[in-house]
Ligand binder design. Structure first.
Ligand code: NAP
Length: 466
């Protein structure tokens, strides 16, 4: 596939291979973009600002509806390519594509709801004779950088609100899974003014670095790991910044929980997309009184999951994004086992596949739960009572989501007050709709996405005084 700069598709002699993690075959190549290419793409976005700003909200909304219409006829084609490049089970790729449509639709709607507010300036001494109101104007050029795990919907959570707010975009998808996102950028470009959406491929350290540092860029919106997010925060200077980073989400099961519901949530939360989800369940904190029943049911459900060809509709668990990712999971599981954790099922690697794994007797200081383990592992930490459960839940540098299973309103109130996370879920885990404010506390990030909230962050407030 080709890069997209100023409305033209461009190739390069030097290329990167895109590999199918299921069978290691090369699916396609993408251009290895240079610093010069990045500067040209940013300039194209900068030059397109005036055109985008001159369009009415009605027109912008219509363009987003047109994109929605065209994409809705191509969901299966996009889902198949997504599965080929990520190893994500086809069922999950189809869900992502349906959600992607939602994100575009929400953006088309939101583009007509970008309001300012009246300011009662006559309440102040100097304002007796004045009238004040604010308007929301586009920030300008938005740099959008995304990870491999939700290549289309996470791109859309940046590009669609940016367009809704009349900005222009320079977009860089992950080198590990760029193809579906490039197809999306091409489709969007065919409806939008030249340069409104540009798409670069190549090395993150080179292209991403310039996309963050350039003086022509007004906002950086990044989703990815904490390490890359921190390096971006250091370089972004005075630009507006949204960082959607990693998580280490706890699922807490208290003594009065519905155990079957909690087990179902744990299976979905810990193993979907082989655990490569920012809001995956990464720690299961069990009250000792329910631990044995929960664990027996969790192991039973885990053993039923089918690993295999991600293009097969019946597959639950596909490969991880590459062998290195699976080796990393193997390393932290082995570390936990070496330090006293107990393996109840799984624990086996085969190339890029890692079997869904339940580990009991995990201690809060083990590497597997100190950092974000991006793999299909359910590490169990046993505790006594809600106080200890919430304290263990908060003992992490992350704070994306937390799920609490209980039937007591007192426990719910304590959880809402005590837990340090961007979202507290009651009797649920791993939850996202595309219109909710999504984003974490602590090292999990800065700012919120979710269409309305992203639009807010992709506009500036200008005050007018008459
Ligand atoms: P990553 O390694 O941080 O890469 C993310 C993106 O950053 C890629 O496009 C990468 O390009 C680019 N990049 C690399 N170095 C860069 C630099 N120096 N400056 C600017 N950009 C640079 O993350 P990943 O492994 O793809 O994704 C997994 C992580 O994303 C996990 O931690 C997960 O929790 C997090 N995540 C968070 C959310 C959320 O909403 N909070 C959602 C999904 C995933 P290259 O691919 O070319 O290196």
């Amino acid at each position: 596939m080709k890069m997209l700069i100023g409305g033209s598709l461009e190739d390069k002699e030097n290329k990167l291979n895109v590999t199918n993690p299921y069978d290691n075959s090369i699916i396609d190549t993408v251009p290895l973009g240079s610093l010069q290419d990045t500067k040209r793409a940013i300039l194209a976005a900068y030059d397109a600002k005036k055109v985008m700003e001159s369009l009415s909200s009605r027109r912008i909304s219509q363009l987003l509806y047109d994109i929605y219409q065209e994409l809705s006829g191509k969901l299966d084609e996009f889902a198949r390519l997504m599965t080929l490049e990520t190893g994500k089970p086809i069922r999950d790729s189809k869900v992502e594509m349906t959600r992607s449509l939602d994100t575009i639709l929400l953006s088309a709607e939101e583009s007509k709801r970008i309001y300012g507010e009246t300011v009662p300036v006559d309440a102040g001494l100097a304002g007796e004779d004045a009238i004040g109101f604010t308007i929301r104007i586009p920030v300008g050029v938005v740099s959008a950088i995304t990870p491999f795990n939700y290549p289309v919907n996470l791109a859309l959570h940046k590009i669609a609100p940016a367009i809704a707010a009349k900005n222009t975009v320079v977009f860089k998808p992950s080198s590990q899974a760029p193809l579906t996102a490039m197809k999306l950028a091409e489709l969007m470009d065919s409806h939008l003014p030249d340069g409104a959406v540009n798409c670069l491929t190549g090395k993150g350290e080179l292209i991403g670095d310039e996309m963050v540092k350039s003086n022509l860029v007004d906002k950086v919106s990044f989703t990815g790991s904490v390490a890359t997010g921190l390096s971006i925060a250091e370089k972004a200077s005075m630009k507006k910044l949204t960082l959607e980073l990693g998580g280490n989400d706890p699922l807490i099961v208290l003594e009065d929980a519905d155990i079957d519901d909690a087990v179902n949530a744990a299976v979905k939360g810990a193993y979907s997309i082989s655990g490569q989800v920012c809001i995956a369940v990464k720690r299961i904190i069990l009250d000792n009184s329910v631990a044995d029943e929960f664990i027996e049911k969790l192991v039973g459900s885990t053993r039923k999951l089918r690993m295999g060809d991600p293009l097969d509709d019946k597959t639950d668990i596909g490969p991880l994004i590459d062998v290195n990712a699976a080796l990393n999971v193997e390393k932290v599981v082995n570390d936990a086992l070496g330090n006293g954790a107990e393996l109840l099922c799984g624990g086996k690697r085969d190339g890029a596949f890692y079997a869904p794994t339940v580990l009991d007797r995990v201690k809060p200081d083990m590497e597997i739960v100190r950092d974000e383990t991006f793999g299909p592992v359910a590490p169990i930490i046993r505790v006594d009572g809600s106080r200890e459960a919430f304290s263990v839940a908060n003992d992490t540098r992350y704070g994306l989501q937390a799920g609490v299973f209980t039937s007591s309103i007192e426990n719910v109130k304590n959880a809402v007050k005590t837990i340090e996370a961007g979202t507290v879920l009651i009797n649920k885990s791993t939850f996202r709709t595309d219109n909710m404010p999504f984003g974490g506390f602590k090292m999990s990030g800065l700012g919120k996405e979710g269409v309305k909230y992203a639009v807010e962050d992709m506009t500036r407030v200008k005050l007018v005084i008459l």
